[in-house]
Design a binder for this molecule. Structure first.
Ligand SMILES: Cc1ncc(COP(=O)(O)O)c(C=O)c1O
Length: 377
């Protein structure tokens, strides 16, 4: 028996409709979009179409979309690209202590190159305070990067409010929307951001494709040097197959956003209600309301790695952020939120998705309760 999949924040399966539109580009439509002959026409049109599909989902102009290899590259490009292209304006960057490693590690790299970085703390719910952003700004601040929603606990940050301050001070604002896209509205005009990162494999597109939204007028130093693809912003022959897949995934996400939101939330809340009914010492990590509709980060008091290991045989969930760890070590996000150690060590992130069923949730509740009861005996 396959485990029940409740790890949609780690990655999502490819939507069958997404796979269908990709297949012709794996087979017959193999041309290079830069070719001026017949074989280049279809792939070139497909990239244009996909760019429009992504732009429509996040409400920007198609020419503001740069296809990348995923969320990690988008974050690298945004931070390194902006920092190096604008270092004459200042050398200070503001971010938070709970960003994904694809931000934290880039910041550490920039610190080695004479940039100064402020890592803002968060409150017990994982929220960055707007006031703390304001207080951290100095004359040298050129860039603020705060994630839209956290991958481990799902807390949604006040990006629009932060944008207001950034705008007033003429500071560039980047947000990592890898986890929020497809789950809650992500509208670059409403958020008022200058740079925004997307990861395809979190929205039912394949792994290895992403987007960096770059507002018109924002200057970035290139990460990939070579020919002039992607409007001379990212060199390399386009990953047509996956670009087409991501375009379709964005179209589907846009059409079904509120339906998917309701479904994921219903499944998540059913799981939580089932757990609190049956297990006395559970603690919810993340903001009670300002949280992704699919994310349930739960700490079980005094549970250890055996609890997690037994659970993972039957339920595919995550002990931390699955894309970079499967250990039971104390996550830096929970640490930043001051989760007591006796709770933090027994923490599991469950994340529901479009395909999650009531049956799966009810079975998951039973499995978790049985394993928990065996452990406390
Ligand atoms: C918030 C966040 N940012 C960035 C990434 C990295 O994206 P990718 O796996 O496409 O490189 C992830 C992946 O887990 C993520 O959750």
């Amino acid at each position: 028996m396959k485990p029940i999949y409740l790890d949609y924040n780690a990655t999502t399966p490819v939507d069958p409709q997404v796979a269908d539109v990709m297949i012709p580009f794996l087979k017959q439509k193999f041309g290079n979009p830069s070719s001026s002959h017949w074989f280049g026409i279809m792939p070139s049109k497909a990239v244009i179409n996909a760019r429009e599909q992504v732009a429509k989902l996040i409400n920007c102009k198609p020419e503001e979309i740069i296809f990348t290899s995923g969320g990690t590259e988008s974050n690298n490009y945004a931070l390194r690209g902006y920092a190096f292209a604008n270092r004459h304006k200042g050398n200070h960057i503001i971010t938070s202590a709970i960003e994904h490693p694809a931000i934290i590690e880039v910041c550490k790299y920039l610190e080695k190159h004479n940039f100064k970085v402020t890592y803002l703390p968060v409150d017990k719910n994982g929220l960055v305070s707007v006031k703390s952003v304001e207080r951290a700004i100095t004359e040298d601040t050129i860039l603020i990067s705060i994630m839209h929603a956290n991958n481990e606990v799902g807390t949604i940050q006040p990006i629009t409010e932060i944008a207001k301050i950034a705008n007033e001070k003429g500071i560039c604002l980047h947000t990592d929307a890898a986890q929020s896209l497809g789950k809650i509205p992500v509208n670059v005009t409403k958020l008022n951001v200058d740079l925004l990162s997307i990861a395809g494999h979190k929205i039912y597109a394949p792994k290895g494709i992403g987007v960096l939204y770059v507002k018109q007028g924002i200057k970035l130093e290139k990460l990939m040097l070579g020919a002039k693809q992607e409007n001379d912003c990212r060199a390399g022959t386009e990953n047509i197959l996956e670009i087409v897949g991501l375009g379709k995934a964005c179209e589907i996400a846009r059409q079904n956003l509120s339906k998917n939101y309701e479904h994921m939330k219903k499944m998540r809340d059913r799981l939580w209600n089932g757990l609190i009914n049956k297990i006395p010492d559970v603690r919810l990590n993340g903001h009670p309301e300002k949280r992704l509709p699919n994310t349930l980060n739960v700490s079980f008091l005094n549970m250890n790695e055996y609890f997690q290991l037994s659970l993972f045989l039957e339920i595919a969930a995550s002990a931390g952020a699955a894309c970079h760890s499967n250990s039971t070590s104390f996550s830096y996000v929970l640490e930043a939120m001051n989760v007591p150690v006796e709770y933090a060590m027994g923490t599991i992130r469950f994340s529901t998705g479009r395909m999650t069923t009531k049956n799966e949730i009810d079975n998951a509740i039973k499995i978790i309760t049985d394993i928990y009861n065996k452990q406390i005996r």
